[in-house]
Design a binder for this molecule. Structure first.
Ligand SMILES: NC(=O)c1ccc[n+]([C@@H]2O[C@H](COP(=O)([O-])OP(=O)(O)OC[C@H]3O[C@@H](n4cnc5c(N)ncnc54)[C@H](OP(=O)(O)O)[C@@H]3O)[C@@H](O)[C@H]2O)c1
Length: 232
């Protein structure tokens, strides 16, 4: 199935919606995708908050002329391609009313389930093994892909910072994996690495807790770079 026709970044401004888009993760992904020329709708439970957040994202980088607008989560879910950036515990309830709007679309989950324990983040394993699998179960008519888990939002949000990371992509549907990899690759400094089926997302999500803990210990913003891959 052709989930998004024409490719994500081949000169066409694909419309991306972000459910739960007003937090650091949603703002960061929105800033980078819009800087790559895509149109982004930040979704929220509160349209006025979404509009104010979108205005502040656009106003922070006037030279980039970012195409970012704010809307309800329902409106954001009507976009061609939709990213889920909600806290893990709010994800299923947020997506329940969006099942029809998200049908026949690629839905990208960047949701991590973690708990703070002292100075560490510990991975929480949802009953289905990952939040991505949980999202897929909540959206039976969508093709869910998992990506963006390891990228610190502070780096994504700051367009003066150069990104340099491999970004793992997991999906059961080959078309969803391709579209999601294109989405990742549209962001300068990021390279998508397709890691396999959605079952792999449990390890990817869990490793985020390790990475965040490393960053806390080192006061750093490390992400992931794989060695030994054949680069183009
Ligand atoms: N922060 C990072 O560096 C980072 C990086 C990669 C992945 N992630 C993942 O991305 C997701 C979002 O991260 P974040 O740091 O942006 O989270 P966040 O700020 O806690 O939440 C994002 C947005 O979700 C909405 N939300 C909050 N509580 C909600 C609830 N109970 N029900 C429905 N919506 C609710 C809020 O938007 P409204 O109030 O406007 O509705 C909020 O702005 C998480 O799953 C996180 O693990 C984060």
């Amino acid at each position: 199935m052709a989930w998004v026709t024409g490719g994500v970044c081949n000169g066409r401004s694909v419309q991306v919606g972000i459910v739960g888009g007003t937090g650091p993760a949603g703002r960061g992904v929105a800033s980078r995708l819009a800087a790559a020329g895509l149109s982004v709708t930040l979704g929220s439970r509160d349209e006025a908050r979404a509009a104010a957040v979108a205005e502040s994202v656009v106003g922070r980088w006037p030279e980039h002329e970012l195409d970012v607008v704010g809307a309800s989560n329902e409106q954001a879910a009507r976009s061609e391609l939709v990213v889920v950036a909600t806290p893990w515990e709010a994800t299923v309830a947020t997506l329940a009313p969006l099942v029809d709007a998200l049908a026949d679309k690629v839905v990208v989950s960047m949701v991590n389930a973690m708990a703070k324990a002292g100075r560490e983040l510990l991975p929480l394993v949802p009953p289905r093994g990952s939040m991505a699998a949980t999202v897929q179960a909540a959206l039976p008519h969508s093709a869910v892909a998992a990506t963006f888990h390891h990228l610190p939002a502070a780096d994504l949000e700051d367009l003066t910072r150069d990104l340099d990371a491999d970004v793992l992509v997991c999906a059961d549907d080959a078309g969803a994996a391709t579209v999601t990899a294109e989405l990742v690759d549209s962001i300068e400094g990021l390279q998508a690495v397709v890691a396999g089926s959605l079952a792999q997302a449990s390890a990817v999500e869990a490793f985020t807790a390790v990475l965040v803990s490393v960053n806390i210990r080192n006061k750093a913003h490390a992400s992931l770079r794989l060695t030994g891959l054949h680069r183009e």
